[in-house]
Design a protein around this ligand. Sequence first.
Ligand code: EZ4
Ligand code: CO
Length: 405
Amino acid sequence: MKITAIKVFVNSPDRNFVTVKIETDEGIYGLGDATLNGRELAVVAYLENHIVPCLIGKDASQIEDTWQYLYKGAYWRRGPITMTAIAGIDMALWDIKGKAAGLPVYQLLGGKSRSKIKVYGHANGNNVEETLDNLGRLISEGYQTIRLQCAIPGLQDSYGTLADKKDYYALQSSRSLPPEQVWDTKKYLNFIPSLFQKARDKYGYDMDLTHDVHSRLTPIEAARLAKELEPYKLLFLEDAIPAENQDDFLQIRKHSTTPLAVGEVFNTIWDCKDLITSQSIDYLRSAATHSGGITSMRRQADLAALYKVKTAPHGPPDISPIGHAAHAHLNIWCPNFGIQEFVGFGGDQMQKVFSHPLSYEAGYLHLSDLPGLGVAFNEDEASKYPYMRSYLPVSRLEDGTLWDW
Ligand code: EZ4
Ligand code: CO
């Protein structure tokens, strides 16, 4: 089966998505997600100028060889632009292989390890009361695991909160230039444990809770937070520090038994290798879309399994339904799957552009048996929503120093 054409679409139904479509001489086509929030067009250029010309006429069934060709063949290895572009191609080739075989991708990975996929939802709020109300709402919708984020008193626009926006989609798609947010570590550290104490006081210990620090602490500050959160029994503390120095996680470990999760900005297995082999994390949050696709995610999951690390793929609204479907197939297969982040299926425009194989019920996602990844992409509908420039925010300390967002 030969690749005859590769098309790259960049559209903004509610928010920007980059979609790869690989066509073959047998009429079967595959879809991949190559969306890199805030840097979408760099991936489009990488695909169109550097990858597509190399793959026309090649055998669409050679997924592994194509991955190696694009990874090793570039000489300039790794990095988010390269690995997101490779991910788009890799997912589309898995989609084709599944459709050719008449099987869902999870069957090609080895079949199901479970019947449904446990998810965690987000309870956000502009104050403690609002966050706790949203937590109560999610519990009533069946969620057994919930991430808590709350605006920090004295700071405007804290990460994970909605301010005046109605939902996550409105928040992330309404920007032209990077908005600036103010950060203060002391205010944050003095506030977060009380949020979790109030959540436990009000709702008890039956559900699991998580929290995303978004990489803003130093190792010793993160150790302090992890230790102070111990009484509230988190399922995990996410991105307590950046993982540029993988050794830094051992600092947190030394001081606390709060489980640690990291990985949403990882591109390859090399970014998590030392974290896994030193057993300094508990959950690996790499995303198929940003981490080299299904081929690479499967390898990361297998390494993690050797060290009792579970997978918890990143599930933000800036991954397209194709990327979420790739996660669902991996999650249903993966013996060491932990939990999937889930923030809903998107707005009306998205629902018209993408149809997906997932349904939510009482804290779990169910995956249909459609062949391949099971996603359809409506090109005519997508063309109604052109790309819109959009950036992630940046953070500064109160004196103006640029900080990690
Ligand atoms: O900030 O996907 O856990 N989820 C997150 C996300 C990330 C965005 C960045 O594009 O941290 O909200
Ligand atoms: Co995160």
